[in-house]
Design a binder for this molecule. Structure first.
Ligand code: NAD
Ligand code: DAU
Length: 357
């Protein structure tokens, strides 16, 4: 176990994205002795506005860099002497991976291997106190009709995104077995909360309800996801980073399963009240559209190992968490407008042909 009070030099990748920005904020504010380096390529999904409140803290440095560049990573490791990595940078949207898998292979697989090599090369003399923590997804296990996935479930990824994350998990595990790299992995269920890019279902629906636009529900809306508030994921990440056993995997979930249609109706009901609109008005925006190819029916994850061995538990009920999340988007419509400019508009039009909506 690492000593929380000692000084550490932690590289967090993907820190300008949704989950990464919450992780960066948490580590910068909770651990003033640590120096946090946020490495991000600032793709369409990365936004430094997510971190304006902590950007001038003395224990924070932003590094604009792409993990697909091996050379640059080597230089950064030489310059900053990182002793730990929390790796979140990824292409993360399933629908984009179905349109074109190439960026997913480059960033999620090759980029992860580049980071593993940078750690292997830099830490080869002395691995003690070092840690490579890989943030992954429950989607690597595929779909489950009954019961829950756990750390021993076989990998069965169904989307190109999930396949690329599965590939990255395998490389992380292999670098531990082959080279003794001190790695740990966690696989988490669907996150929700502030700063999530509005191509993902919850912020997309919130944004569309605000603008009274159609709410595209794939298929019959019967698919099930397990939703976890992003702050609970961040607490799991802190816990696993500090106390997780080297070489182990931990599953993280919210025990909060909803069908997509239940979820969207819940959002409509809450937002009618919060926006002082006619009851039932937003529900009329629900539009059933063609299903996602290979759409996983249900994700459910068993977090007992993390709870029993490391003492983590989620603290936000979905009822409170979703209300606070909607409130945040209503108070941050400028953020929504900013991130949905430009290339997002083309993307949205391609995905949801205006004729269908
Ligand atoms: P996100 O898309 O919001 O953010 C990804 C970040 O990575 C962005 O800031 C982007 O600029 C950066 N990035 C992308 N390619 C890069 C590259 N080549 N080099 C450097 N930076 C690059 O993603 P998210 O939803 O915050 O997910 C973060 C991580 O957590 C991912 O690894 C994802 O697989 C995993 N995860 C996400 C969820 C979820 O529900 N969102 C659940 C479980 C696991
Ligand atoms: O399970 C963890 C994963 O959760 C993460 O690894 C991914 O990075 C993250 O994007 C998320 O994947 P999903 O595909 O589950 O999330 P998404 O928000 O895209 O979709 C949630 C559900 O809503 C899914 O069943 C598809 C459906 N959906 C999605 C969109 C964008 C719709 O019905 N309509 C939509 O327009």
């Amino acid at each position: 176990m690492m000593n929380n009070s000692s000084s550490r030099r932690i590289l967090i990748t993907g820190g300008a994205g949704f989950i990464g920005s919450h992780v960066v904020r948490h580590f910068v504010t909770q651990y003033p002795n640590y120096h946090i380096y946020n490495l991000d390529a600032l793709t369409y999904a990365g936004n430094l506005e997510n971190l304006v409140d902590i950007e001038s803290e003395s224990n924070y440095t932003f590094l604009k860099a792409d993990i697909t560049s091996r050379e640059l990573l080597g230089e950064l490791f030489a310059l900053h002497n990182f002793d730990s990595v929390i790796h979140l940078a990824a292409e993360s949207h399933v629908d984009r991976s179905i349109t074109d898998a190439s960026d997913f292979i480059q960033t999620n697989v090759q980029g992860t291997v580049n980071l593993l090599d940078a750690c292997k090369n830099k830490w080869k003399e002395d691995n003690s106190g070092k840690r490579f923590y890989h943030i992954s997804t429950d989607e690597v296990y595929g779909s489950i009709n009954e019961g829950k996935f756990n750390e021993n479930s076989p990998y069965s990824p169904n989307s190109p995104y999930a396949a690329s994350k599965a590939g990255s998990d395998h490389f992380v595990r292999a670098y531990h077995t082959t080279y003794g790299l001190p790695t740990v992995i966690s696989n988490c269920s669907n996150n929700y909360g502030p700063y999530q890019f509005p191509e993902k279902f919850i912020p997309l629906c919130i944004n569309n309800i605000i603008h009274q636009k159609a709410l595209p529900v794939y298929g019959k809306g019967e698919n099930i996801r397990d939703w976890l508030h992003v702050e609970d994921h961040v607490k799991a990440i802190d816990c696993i980073f500090h106390t997780g056993k080297i070489g182990e995997t931990y599953c993280v979930g919210g025990d909060n399963e909803l069908t997509n249609i239940e979820l969207v109706k819940n959002l409509c009901e809450l937002m009618d009240i919060m926006l002082d609109r006619r009851t039932g008005g937003s529900e009329q925006l629900i539009t059933f559209v063609a299903d996602r190819p290979g759409h996983d029916f249900r994700y459910a994850i068993d977090s007992r190992k993390l709870k029993n061995e490391l003492g983590w538990k989620p603290e936000n009920s979905f009822e409170k968490g979703i209300q606070a999340t909607i409130q945040w988007y209503l108070e941050n419509t400028m953020w929504l407008e900013h991130v949905t400019r430009g290339s997002y508009k083309d993307y949205y039009q391609r995905m949801y042909n205006e004729k269908d909506l």
